[in-house]
Design a protein around this ligand. Structure first.
Ligand SMILES: [Zn+2]
Length: 130
C-alpha cells in the first residue's frame, strides 16, 4: 500500500513559515559575528538570543511576513515592553510606519500554497546566509 503523505494543515504551515521567516530576519540582519542590534533599544545580541519583532502586530496577516515590518528585537522590548511600537516607528521613519499601518489594515487571504511558496522562498534565502 502506498504511503499517503498527509497534507500539513494550514496552521502548521503558518507555524513553519513563522519559524523560517524569523530566522531569516535575524540572520539577514546579523553582522559577520552573528550579532544583531535590537531596533528599539540598540543593545546587541547574538541572533539566536534575539527575536523577530513585529511593528504592526502578527495578527495582521497582510504585514505578518513583510520584511519591513519585522526586525530584530530583544525579548525585553518585544515581550516585556509589548513591542515598543513608538520607538519602533522612530526607527522605521514616518513614511514606512504609515505605509505599514495602512497595509496592515488590508484583508488578505493566503492559500496554503501561498504559504508553502513563502516557506520555500525563505528556506532558499536562508541557505545563502548560513
Ligand atoms: Zn531591545
Amino acid at each position: 500500500m502506498p504511503k499517503t503523505a498527509k497534507k500539513p494543515t494550514r496552521s502548521k504551515l503558518i507555524k513553519k513559515l513563522d519559524v523560517v521567516f524569523s530566522q531569516y530576519i535575524r540572520l539577514s540582519n546579523a553582522d559577520g559575528k552573528g550579532m544583531c542590534t535590537c531596533v528599539t533599544c540598540n543593545k546587541q545580541f547574538h541572533w539566536k538570543n534575539i527575536q523577530a519583532g513585529h511593528f504592526m502586530s502578527r495578527k495582521h496577516y497582510s504585514t505578518r511576513w513583510n520584511e519591513n515590518n519585522v526586525k530584530p528585537q530583544c525579548v525585553g522590548c518585544n515581550m516585556f515592553k509589548s513591542g515598543e511600537q513608538y520607538k519602533y516607528s522612530l526607527f522605521l521613519g514616518n513614511k514606512l510606519s504609515n505605509d505599514l499601518y495602512l497595509k496592515s489594515k488590508e484583508l488578505v487571504k493566503f492559500s496554503s500554497q501561498d504559504i508553502q511558496d513563502m516557506i520555500d522562498n525563505y528556506n532558499s534565502k536562508l541557505k545563502l546566509l548560513i
